[in-house]
Design a binder for this molecule. Structure first.
Ligand code: FAD
Length: 334
């Protein structure tokens, strides 16, 4: 699949229409050049730990339209920056389809908003040499934080086939980036096991241990709705690695019942029965679903913080309202 070709992976399903911006928190600043030093995320985690507070980060996706770009840069980001987050990240479209857009947006966020931004990078449709070029381009722009992923098969489903001259697993990409040197590397973790892992969750968790041993500095997890899944996963991985590991839960304050059910089916995340019952009762009342999403996510985060997670990574879906509300509810807006 070429760089500009459209694709529909699970993450695109979650992102939906990037042009809508239903939030009242927004304000529109001019795009200003800000010169704040970019930090390595492992250093950010370290200083948060020393300060005795969790790191707060937000995930965005590259908008598909100019209007989406403006909403993200001029409304969503300023609204979320008011909370003083520690860093953010930008996804890499399924099939590597947003390569230039992703790197361009990460660059702009760092330059125009002075917020450390991490670039997601996948092995899809890329040789080792091409990945090396993307990483060199990132480094030239001061982008030193990379979330190293395998990516989903183009189209989001079907069998994964590695590109000739590329990598089969994300652990190889992690090792490659580590060998290049100078980058801070994140990797993906799946509290319920990865959907394509036929041998089960434990096998997937063992592969995560391999990714950490290959040189990943920290883990960000797939979304999940039952903290017990995270607790089991966390304790297993930390015990197997044999030293403390920075594992950051990925949190989704849900925005729509239908979209949540469709996306979680695609990525294999389980929805607890009482959660589904409440979603069914709320039906198409989107405003009520959003409020329930804020309440559920706040309770989930409170329990995770009590457990001692070193940070919270919010799937903000390029909309600030729900994520802002959860962060404020938790008293984490600085
Ligand atoms: C926080 C987060 C951010 C994401 N961002 C993006 C994004 O920006 N763009 C995008 O396209 N996708 C993204 N994804 C989705 C991710 O790319 C897919 O879920 C992908 O299928 C798995 O990626 P991975 O890096 O975990 O792959 P891997 O670690 O390579 O694992 C892929 C599969 O292979 C198995 N496996 C791993 N190592 C081995 C081994 N040594 N031997 C045998 N089997 C093995 C695993 O169990 C798993 O089933 C993200 C996921 C998360 C959790």
């Amino acid at each position: 699949m070429g760089a500009n070709e459209k694709s529909t992976g699970a993450r695109e399903e979650l992102h939906g229409d990037d042009a809508s911006f239903p939030c009242s928190l927004a304000h529109a600043p001019g795009a200003q050049a800000v010169s704040a030093p970019m930090q390595l995320i492992r250093d950010i985690h370290e200083s948060c730990r020393a300060a005795g507070r969790p790191a707060v980060s937000f995930e965005f996706f590259p908008p598909k339209t100019d209007e989406g770009d403006r909403n993200l840069m001029e409304k969503t980001l300023p609204a979320l920056l008011a909370l003083k987050p520690d860093y953010c990240s930008m996804t890499y479209g399924a099939g590597g389809s947003t390569r230039d857009k992703t790197i361009g947006m990460v660059d702009r966020i760092q330059r125009e908003h002075g917020l450390t931004a991490m670039m997601h990078l996948t092995c899809v449709n890329a040789t080792r040499a091409e990945l090396g070029e993307v990483l060199a381009d990132a480094k030239k722009r001061g982008i030193m934080n990379i979330l190293a992923l395998r990516g989903d098969p183009p189209g989001g489903t079907g069998e994964w086939i590695a590109t000739e001259g590329g990598f089969q697993y994300s652990s190889q990409l992690v090792a490659f980036i580590r060998e290049l040197g100078g980058y801070c590397i994140g990797t993906a973790g799946f509290p319920e096991g990865h959907i394509a892992q036929k041998a089960g969750g434990l096998a997937d968790w063992d592969f995560l241990v391999g990714k950490i041993q290959a040189g990943a500095d920290f883990v960000i997890t797939q979304l999940f709705f039952d903290n017990e899944d995270f607790f089991r996963f966390h304790d297993y991985v930390v015990k197997k690695v044999g030293r403390p590991v920075t594992i950051i839960p990925g949190m989704l304050p849900i925005l729509s019942g239908k979209q949540t059910k469709k996306f979680t089916a695609m990525c294999g995340s389980r929805l607890p029965a009482p959660f589904v019952a409440r979603l069914d009762a709320l039906g198409d009342d989107d405003a009520a679903v959003i409020e329930y999403g804020i309440e559920y996510c706040t309770r989930q985060c409170e329990a995770l913080l009590k457990f001692g997670v070193p940070g919270l990574h919010f799937y903000a879906l390029n909309k600030p309202h729900s994520t802002s509300a959860v962060v404020r509810n938790l008293g984490l807006a600085r």
